[in-house]
Every structure is written in C-alpha cells, then in structure tokens.
Design a protein around this ligand. Structure first.
Ligand SMILES: [Zn+2]
Length: 427
C-alpha cells in the first residue's frame, strides 16, 4: 500500500488559508448571527442580555464581544443549577438533540452533530489523519463528550474509528496489531504505556505495529516526550487543545511552534480580571465563543492561560497560534500589572541547569512591586555574575517584568516550596 501524504494540504482550505482581514469580517458576521440566534432561541442568554440592557444589535462583531462578561465554568454550573437542565442556554429543540453529555460539575451538554465536530476534524487532518485510516480512540467514552466527538470527526474524514476507551493496555496493543491501526487518539502518557506494553509482549514497535499518526490532548506534551514517541514508534505526534464544552480551539500543524486557532470559533486571550483582550503576545485567559446552533456558548472562560503569536507559518495556515498551555488562572499572581504564573517561572529556571532549587518572591518596596528569584545552585562555586545576568534577562523576556536574582545557600529553600511566594500585604 503506497504511503499517504500526511504532511500537506488542508481540510478546509478556504477557511484555513484565508486572508486575516477576510477572516475578521467572516468571524464578525458569524458572531452577529450567533448572538441574534441565541437571543431569539435561548431564554437564558436573552435574560442575560436584558440584565445588561443589551440587544443583539449591540453585538455585531468580535470586538463587540468585549461588552459581554466572561462566563467562568463555575458560573456555568450555577446557571444550569438555577434552571435545569441547561440554564436556558439551549437554542435548539429536544427532538434534534442526539446526546446529552455530562462533564464534571456536573455540566449538562446537549449535542447534535454540529460545527463542533468539524473543528476536531481540522485538527485531525492537520495532524496527518487521512481517509481510510483505522484509528483507535483511547479517551473515555463514559458520559463525557470528547471521545464521541473524535469518533464522529474521524468518520467525517473518512477514517474508521475503534472506540477502545481507557485502560486494557494488553488488549489495546493486540487490537492495534491485529487491525493494523494507523492512528492513535489519547494522552501522550497512555501512548507511552502502550509502547511499553507492546515491547513487554515481545513486539517490534515499528514492524508489528503500523502506527503512523497520533492525536494527543488533555495532557502536557514535553518536547522530549514527543521526540521519544516519534522515534520509538516511527510516527507523527501532534497535539490539540480544547475543552469539553467548547470542543477544539486550537491544534498543531506539521510545523509546530504553537497551535493554530481552529476555524469557525472565536478565541480571545483576556485579562482574567477585566475580561478585556490583552495585547498580542501577552499572557491571559483563553476565552472562547462557539457558533454551535444547538448550544451556542458565548464568552466562556476556560480558566487556562495562554498567549497568541501572529508569526506567519510555513504550513500556509493563516490563523494565529496559541503558544501552549501556560497554567491556570487561579494560580496566577499579578506583578507590576503583568500576570505571572508558576509555569512561567519554571520555564525560566529550567533553562539554567545550574539552578537546583528556586522560588519567586514578590514583595513591596516604596509602593512598588519587587520580584526576586531566589536560587540555590548545584555548584556553589559557579560563576554567579554571568548566571545572574542570564537569569535576569530571561525573567524579563519570559515574564515581561524586571526581577532580581538572589543566590542562597543550599538548603535555604524548604523542600517542595511553592513556586511563587507572594509576601505583599495591602493594609
Ligand atoms: Zn502551521
């Protein structure tokens, strides 16, 4: 069987390679139509608009979305509890609903086959899945939507789904071998566990298995793990990002370097305090609006932090890229007006192997925030001045806030100390 071209082409070229200005116009139209539709058909959304004294005509573009508050997941749970089952947010009719999913919360989600599926299909195609592939879905099929949505998106691409679900590593490996499964969908750690199991069963990972592409999500994918999986199994591994309620929001192409925003949804990076969009490149909360006809969700906050990059991508897709998952909003600290997250501090420290332990201490001097990276060194005799300059520069680059570096003796920081120690008091 000839090898398939898995690294070029687009699922929806007219959208994926659209001129950015044309995309802006297109999304403005879709936002206006979605808000009008939700206002007409979803009484809960209508009530929310009325409480703000707003009408559909006030929200006719992506920029206008800033007039609507961000709805956090905890609020969505409350909205539903007050008006079960869907908080008045369903805009379709029950006879058109195919399933009701239940996400942790619980959050109830009415679903018919909609655009949502199509966004995961974009991700799958960009990750190298092609018609005729047999693909094994190892996400959980119990109540939650993700695995079902992937199953449907595979079908829409012409792929064959094996709904394997979680666990049963030995059976999973046998299925892969017996069926010649080409595509894996699951977490990176489970793929790693399957490879270990296959080896333990005496299989040759490249000869006995036919894996070509992996779609991974729901977990961080360190570049070292990606490289290991790709080399070990002789396959492409690409990741995507989304949530149970919003579905796919972004996905990697073959070039990587971030995840392209999916087409047919609006993803905004917003200040977690004000809900307003931050400047390009700055870190903020991922807030999304989806155009689902049955269950339109408008300005839903994910609680996840990320940033956007607008650099042109060699793959030809013109959508900006999310730079990756940078932590959770509830762990964030604001220093000199900038959001600083533990994972960003870790990023800085990890670039310097000489640093054995670290903690970012935030204090206040002369009514100004002061940020100090306290470091313990593996080799106390190392050249501290060069290291200090490097660390200070990296702090400024990554956190966008100037910080000091303070070297302390080994053992000064308590074992397992929190990454950010905010010592500021405000009385
Ligand atoms: Zn690309």
């Amino acid at each position: 069987m000839p090898d398939k071209d898995r690294t070029s082409g687009y699922l929806r070229p007219e959208l994926e390679t659209m001129d950015p200005q044309a995309r802006q116009d297109y999304l403005d139209g879709r936002v206006a139509a979605t808000v009008a539709h939700a206002h007409e058909r979803a009484p809960g959304f209508q009530a929310r608009m009325e409480a703000m004294d707003a009408e559909p005509g006030d929200i006719t573009s992506v920029a206008d979305l800033a007039k609507l508050p961000v709805v956090e997941k905890a609020e969505l749970i409350n909205i539903q509890r007050e008006n079960l089952p869907f908080g008045g947010l369903m805009a379709g009719q029950m006879e058109h609903i195919r399933r009701i999913y239940v996400s942790p919360g619980p959050i109830y989600e009415p679903a018919e086959r909609t655009y949502a599926d199509d966004r995961w299909a974009q991700a799958l195609y960009a990750g190298g899945f092609r018609a005729g592939d047999i693909a094994q879905v190892t996400f959980n099929f119990n109540l939650v939507p993700f695995a079902f949505n992937l199953d449907e998106s595979l079908n829409s691409l012409g792929c064959v789904s094996v709904p394997a679900g979680v666990g049963n590593t030995e059976l999973q490996v046998q299925i892969m071998k017996d069926l010649g499964v080409a595509g894996y969908l699951g977490t990176p750690s489970f793929l790693s566990a399957l490879a270990d199991k296959a080896e333990a069963l005496g299989m040759d990972l490249k000869k006995d298995l036919n894996l070509q592409v992996a779609f991974v999500a729901a977990e961080a994918l360190p570049s070292s793990l990606r490289k290991e999986l790709e080399e070990r199994l002789g396959m492409l591994v690409r990741q995507s990002y989304g949530t149970a309620e919003l579905n796919c929001l972004s996905y990697e192409c073959m070039e990587m370097g971030g995840m392209h925003l999916a087409q047919d949804c609006v993803v905004q990076i917003c200040d977690p305090e004000t809900g307003q969009e931050v400047e390009p490149g700055q870190v903020g909360e991922v807030v999304a609006t989806i155009f689902d006809h049955t269950y339109p969700l408008i300005r839903l906050g994910t609680g996840d932090l990320s940033s956007l990059t607008y650099d042109a991508c060699a793959c030809g897709r013109t959508a900006p890229k999310m730079t990756g998952w940078l932590g959770r909003v509830d762990q964030v600290t604001k220093v000199r007006g900038m959001f600083v997250h533990p994972s960003n501090v870790q990023q800085v420290a990890q670039k310097f192997p000489q640093v054995e332990a670290f903690q970012l201490v935030v204090t206040r001097e002369n009514n100004q925030d002061v940020m100090t990276l306290v470091c313990e060194l593996a080799e106390p005799g190392a050249d501290r001045e060069e290291l200090r300059a490097g660390l200070e520069n990296e702090l400024k680059e990554t956190l966008r806030v100037k910080g000091r570096v303070d070297f302390q003796d080994q053992g000064s920081l308590p074992e397992g100390c929190k990454v950010i120690d905010d010592q500021r008091t405000w009385d």
